[in-house]
Design a protein around this ligand. Structure first.
Ligand SMILES: CC(C)(COP(=O)(O)OP(=O)(O)OC[C@H]1O[C@@H](n2cnc3c(N)ncnc32)[C@H](O)[C@@H]1OP(=O)(O)O)[C@@H](O)C(=O)NCCC(=O)NCCS
Length: 188
């Protein structure tokens, strides 16, 4: 794996900048983390202020370390410089060159292709820079927005994980999606 040499971010896409968090991002992060629509399928939230304070302090501390296996980045909109969400890539299984990713966006920004745009940039890095062989992601079976993004990215639904996560007190079924390096390369 090659990413240990230097951090592979920030990444600029057509409309977005994927970059490390700063303390000044707090209000914009809290705006989406406190939104029940955003947190609906998550095992966290909707956040109270103190929970976002905790999240931000973990991220700011984590950002002091390099190399590291998990990277969570703020998604900044280039036109208004607002943080509209976050995206994470984690290399959970180094011997097998396997990682996973996930994303959240402010609900006022949904359905404009931003998660797909950020996800595409993360998969480019995961395969082209980090050198992964396989990237997977999971979502609640009712999270149409999330599996819509994965399908747009060309990921394949590999199966259903029964009661894989306890979400807001309920055991929830999950879809598992994945894509391999050679499949990503074929998409150009
Ligand atoms: C999941 C999430 C990040 C999607 O972000 P997004 O920027 O709206 O996604 P995109 O605009 O790139 O959508 C890609 C495709 O997914 C599908 N899709 C996205 N949102 C959808 C929705 N609300 N209903 C139905 N389909 C949806 C569509 O097919 C869409 O393509 P189209 O708009 O060209 O038809 C966003 O809904 C979100 O933040 N949800 C809350 C947090 C979350 O659940 N994260 C994932 C955890 S696994």
């Amino acid at each position: 794996m090659t990413e240990d040499l230097k951090p592979w971010f920030p990444i600029r896409t057509e409309r977005l900048l994927l970059r490390a968090f700063t303390q000044e991002d707090f209000d914009e992060v809290h705006a989406y983390a406190a939104d029940p629509r955003v947190a609906r399928f998550m095992d966290w939230g909707p956040n109270a202020r103190a929970e976002t304070v905790h999240f931000m302090s973990l991220k700011l501390a984590e950002q002091e370390r390099w190399p590291r296996d998990g990277v969570t980045l703020a998604i900044e909109h280039l036109s208004d410089r607002k943080v509209i969400g976050s995206i994470r890539l984690a290399v959970g299984d180094r011997p097998n060159l396997t990682g996973d990713f996930g994303y959240s966006l402010n609900s006022t920004r949904w359905r404009q292709g931003y998660a797909t745009e950020a996800g595409r940039a993360i998969l480019d890095v995961a395969f082209g820079v980090v050198g992964l062989h396989r990237v997977w992601a999971e979502c609640d079976i009712e999270n149409v927005g999330s599996f819509g993004v994965m399908e747009k990215l060309g990921m394949r639904r590999e199966g259903e994980i029964r009661e894989g996560r306890l979400i807001k007190g309920q055991w929830r079924d999950r879809y598992l999606y994945a894509i391999l390096a050679e499949e990503w390369a074929q998409q150009g």
